[in-house]
Design a protein around this ligand. Structure first.
Ligand SMILES: Nc1ncnc2c1ncn2[C@@H]1O[C@H](COP(=O)(O)OP(=O)(O)OP(=O)(O)O)[C@@H](O)[C@H]1O
Length: 641
């Protein structure tokens, strides 16, 4: 133990003089013990025992000794069981004030008058009288003379209603036809009182018998009541005691209680959006859980469908949609791309021009700065042909995802994902950073990724993609691409070694997990862009991806910031943006956010390029250095979602 300042305390005056405040309380047991301990400590002061000085200082502090004194005084009073001298202290105060008014106005009299007039003193005497007159016990109605032997024990519960709801729901018991408390909402007024429990039978509310009333009529009485509400109830005989474990989950679906006819009480329900972190505080009911939003932990919980129920609702919803042939990304991407190839008729020159612009994007830093020799530094990434190919596949995938009744998408299977707080240890590998690409957009993902890597190519890197197309004479193996045969590529696909892949003009292109691993193993931060459909495949315990969605700003902001920007279309490169491009950008972003928002750790609006870069950089840093919510099975693979 070290003192906070690190300085040694002043040497004690051994046994010469006891601390005055301690001496005063020497008759009391605690102060007596305290005095002996201090004396003992002063003897050990020179023995260099770690912590002696701190303890000596602490025990000698005035506040501690005052506390001991207060404790001893209270202790004496507890033993004496004091009775009030008068239950009318406020009347005495009035008399004294009267007398003082007539008395000669000396300084003492003036001071006394001031003290007696002070609101605190008056409130203190009022409180004294309430206690002295025992005015705090509730006035109970007199017991009837003849109580039948089988009369059940009743409880009278008074709750003072303030602006918040009572936090309990009632229902009619189907068997007994009684009105009972259906559930008590965690953190609500009823729960905090500890007096109402699920299963308690209501007999009276504010003096009105509830027998024969409908639950809605009882609710009406409650709604009309102001101030104190008195319940007369028969407590449930065997109250179930549940040991609750708080669970944190990420909502993988949206929920709105007002649109759910099945919810037992819509007012008690809690709406949530996919991606929000919920604290599940009660899972006693198999169908309806109680939860709070992480952003609103102070308010009382609300009802949400249980995992099982929400899953059922989702399935019902999916089945109720018109049937569409179901396409899963990985099975169909080649077919989709071939189809595009037939349709697109891309001008070969345009594609080549695009490639040299994008793939060999010259950065502000040269290899001289990075590696020590003077060559341009290249950022590895998808070529433009692949980006164009992606776009078509994306527009096809959306219809598949939105109408697919089977569990081709695992979020359908699990509407809540259990999450835990995770902070990367400085010695651990960095988390993979994924920027979400959203098809025919030009939102700026590529631009931002390149700028970020350009800021510090030693720290940030892209993953080198694989391709089956022949190597060109200016290309280097492992720099622009890993050049592999079609057989090798296909065998990698079969063994799930690609995060994302596609085909263009009979050549396959893809980002492999191995390529990401290589960057991470070098101690760098790997930044890749992925289509939203591919995020799920990247969400593994090993890569722990942090997913950033780059979103377009308002159309007016796009118009003012994209004056010199260039869009890539299927037929042209370097084409200025038109208003319809911005509209399409906005619509696509909305669709993607509503379908995949549950996977986004951060959403950044790309208005001013400079501001976005700053936000992106700090988001990437936060992902690596600050605690974040991640799926529980990334940390403990046994946990269930
Ligand atoms: N904030 C911005 N302000 C101005 N121009 C921008 C901004 N962000 C991107 N741009 C420009 O917009 C154009 C399209 O950006 P980029 O190619 O990065 O889009 P993208 O999201 O990668 O789209 P895609 O992959 O579909 O081509 C580029 O000319 C880029 O320089």
């Amino acid at each position: 133990v070290q003192s906070e300042t690190g300085k040694a305390p002043p040497p004690p005056q051994k046994k010469k003089k006891k601390n005055a405040s301690v001496q005063n309380g020497e008759n009391g047991r605690v102060s007596h013990i305290l005095t002996s301990v201090i004396e003992e400590l002063s003897l050990m002061f020179d023995s260099k025992i770690n912590g002696v000085g701190v303890l000596y200082k602490l025990l000698n502090t005035r506040w501690l000794q005052s506390l001991v004194k207060v404790y001893e005084c209270l202790h004496q009073f507890v033993r004496r069981q004091p009775v009030p001298i008068t239950p009318q202290a406020t009347a005495v105060l009035r008399e004294v004030t009267e007398v003082l008014r007539e008395a000669p106005q000396s300084a003492d009299v003036k001071e006394l008058k001031r003290l007696l007039r002070s609101p605190h003193f008056k409130a203190f005497l009022t409180a004294h009288d309430v206690v002295a007159q025992k005015d705090f016990d509730p006035v109970l109605p007199p017991l009837p003379d003849h109580i039948p032997e089988n009369e059940e024990a009743m409880r009278i519960v008074c709750l003072v209603k303030n602006k918040q709801p009572l936090g309990a729901t009632i229902k009619r018991d189907e068997l007994t036809r009684d009105i009972v408390v259906a559930r008590v909402i965690h953190g609500g007024l009823a729960d905090r009182s500890g007096l109402l429990h699920t299963g308690d039978k209501l007999v009276e509310v504010n003096g009105v018998q509830v027998e024969g009333l409908e639950p809605e009529q009882v609710i009406h009485i409650l709604a009309q009541s102001q101030g104190t509400i008195m319940f007369k109830l028969i407590p449930i005989s065997e109250r179930q005691v549940h040991s609750q474990t708080t669970l944190y989950v990420r909502a993988m679906a949206d929920y709105c209680p007002l649109q759910d006819p099945a919810i037992p009480c819509a007012d008690a329900g809690m709406a949530f959006r996919k991606g929000e972190i919920l604290q599940i505080v009660d899972q006693n009911d198999a169908l309806w859980w109680q939860a709070r939003k992480l952003s609103e932990l102070s308010v009382c919980a609300g009802l949400v469908p249980s995992n099982h129920l929400l899953k059922r609702k989702q399935r019902e919803f999916w089945w109720s949609q018109p049937f569409q042939p179901h396409l899963c990304m990985k099975n169909t991407i080649s077919t989709v791309c071939r189809k595009i190839e037939e349709d697109m008729l891309i001008d070969e020159k345009c594609v080549e021009a695009g490639k040299s612009h994008l793939l060999l994007f010259p950065l502000c830093c040269t290899k001289e700065e990075v590696y020590g020799y003077n060559e341009r530094f290249y950022i590895a990434g998808f070529r433009r042909s692949m980006r164009l190919c992606r776009r078509k596949s994306l527009s096809n995938q959306l219809s598949c995802y939105s109408r697919c009744p089977s569990s081709c998408y695992s979020s359908v299977a699990s509407p809540y994902e259990e999450v835990v707080r995770y902070q990367r240890h400085p010695d651990d590998r960095h988390r993979l950073i994924v920027l979400v690409v959203i098809g025919p957009s030009g939102i700026g993902v590529n631009e931002l990724r390149q700028r970020l890597i350009g800021i510090n190519p030693n720290q940030y890197r892209g993953a080198v993609p694989h391709t089956t197309r022949p190597q060109k004479n200016y290309e280097e193996e492992g720099r622009e691409y890993h050049f592999v045969t079609r057989e090798t590529f296909e065998s990698m696909v079969c063994s799930y070694r690609f995060l994302e892949y596609g085909e263009y003009k009979d050549h396959l292109y893809g980002t492999s997990i191995d390529a990401v691993r290589t960057v991470l193993d070098e101690g760098r931060i790997c930044i890749i862009d992925l289509e939203p459909q591919a995020i799920q495949g990247a969400r593994t315990h090993e890569l722990k991806p942090y997913v950033i969605f780059i979103k377009p700003p308002s159309i007016s902001c796009l118009m003012s910031t994209r004056k010199h920007a260039r869009i890539i279309t299927e037929y042209y490169v370097n084409l200025p943006f038109k208003e319809e491009d911005f509209q399409e950008m906005e619509e696509t972003a909305k669709k993607i956010e509503s379908q995949f928002g549950q996977f986004f750790d951060n959403v950044i609006e790309n208005g001013s390029l400079q501001d976005t870069c700053v936000q992106l950089l700090s988001s990437v840093r936060r992902a690596q250095d600050e605690p974040q919510w991640v799926p529980a099975n990334w940390l403990c693979p046994d946990s269930q979602s």
